[in-house]
Design a protein around this ligand. Structure first.
Ligand code: NAP
Length: 284
């Protein structure tokens, strides 16, 4: 058998999606309820259309119902809010996503604030994030929760481990810190004003890169044997690369996620998991 230190995000995501499919089937058999996800997309941004299409395909594969709400690019804020309210009130829908970015004339924060937290499949609304920060049940931010799932499924010891996160965004860095705290890690968060970054990242048992700068973290940032999780997705002339210089870090890492094929596939899997969690809770 070939030994590898690669974390296979595609394989773990497939496992999670399989488990979701099983729960969707069991819920339907037990209660007759069909788990459903809605996407709300405004306008015709081609990249957003691809992302939305991927989410519907994943729903279909998990046996879930999916609702494709496609609104005209010139819809106003009140019109968008009315559609979000309709989805929130629809008992067939247990999770929803407002696909970002919205056209420039629309206020994204106001639209996200409109989503009922129980139906927030991305787990990114302030209400869902507040529930995470205060350890209340609720949907968890999909990408950073996918990171925790990858670590758990590779038997990485989390309790007491020092996790260093580079990045403090609302969608990755900050919720990642809360999620790893919840797992009893000791957490350090770094950002663009952090002094002497390598001296801090080298203390990490688990290093999470969520910077958005191609291959910024190199072997000088990594303690040999550390687990390295690369959330970054950067499109460059030489293709898709992460925030970690994979060629230099992979030989010294204990475990490492590739890009692509590491964290990326986990986002949709965890979004489906948020949905079935909500559907089961709604069914009682
Ligand atoms: P973001 O909002 O741009 O945040 C980047 C963070 O990195 C900020 O907190 C910033 O610090 C910090 N930073 C920037 N330059 C730095 C430096 N030189 N040293 C230390 N810290 C630095 O990005 P994001 O939305 O969190 O996304 C991060 C990456 O993850 C991107 O590549 C994105 O494409 C990817 N991503 C992937 C998924 C997925 O599904 N796999 C999902 C979401 C995001 P300041 O706060 O001080 O500015």
């Amino acid at each position: 058998m070939v030994m590898t230190n690669l974390i296979d995000g595609k394989a773990v995501a497939a496992l999670v999606r399989g488990e979701v499919a099983e729960r969707v089937r069991a819920l339907r058999e037990r209660t007759g309820a069909q788990c459903g996800l809605a996407t709300v997309m405004v306008g015709d941004d081609p990249a957003s259309a691809v992302y939305v299409g991927n989410k519907h395909r994943a729903c279909h594969e998990a046996g879930m119902a999916s609702f494709d709400i496609h609104l005209p690019a010139d819809i106003d804020q009140a019109g968008l809010h009315a559609r979000i309210d309709e989805v929130c009130a629809d008992d067939r829908i247990h999770g929803m996503i407002v696909q970002l970015p919205l056209p420039a004339h629309l206020d994204e924060d106001a639209a996200l604030d409109r989503i009922l937290y129980v139906k927030d499949a991305d787990g990114l609304t302030p209400a869902a994030q507040g529930r995470l920060a205060t350890l209340r049940p609720g949907p968890r931010p999909a990408t950073p929760n996918g990171v925790v799932e990858l670590l758990r499924r590779h038997d990485v010891e989390l309790r007491g481990a020092h996790a260093v996160i580079v990045g403090r965004s609302e969608i990755v860095g900050k919720p990642q810190a809360h999620l790893l705290l919840e797992q009893d890690c000791t957490v350090t968060i770094c950002h663009s004003r952090t002094r002497d970054l390598p001296s801090i990242t080298r203390l990490a048992d688990i290093l999470v890169a969520a910077v958005g700068r191609p291959q910024m973290l190199t072997d000088e940032h990594v303690r040999p044997g550390a687990v390295v999780i690369d959330v970054g997705i950067n499109r460059t002339d030489s293709g898709l690369v992460g925030d970690v210089d994979f060629a230099r870090v992979q030989p010294i890492a204990g475990l490492i996620t590739p890009v692509p094929g590491g964290v990326g596939p986990m986002t949709i899997a965890m979004l489906l998991k948020n949905c079935i969690d909500a559907a089961e809770a709604a069914a009682g």
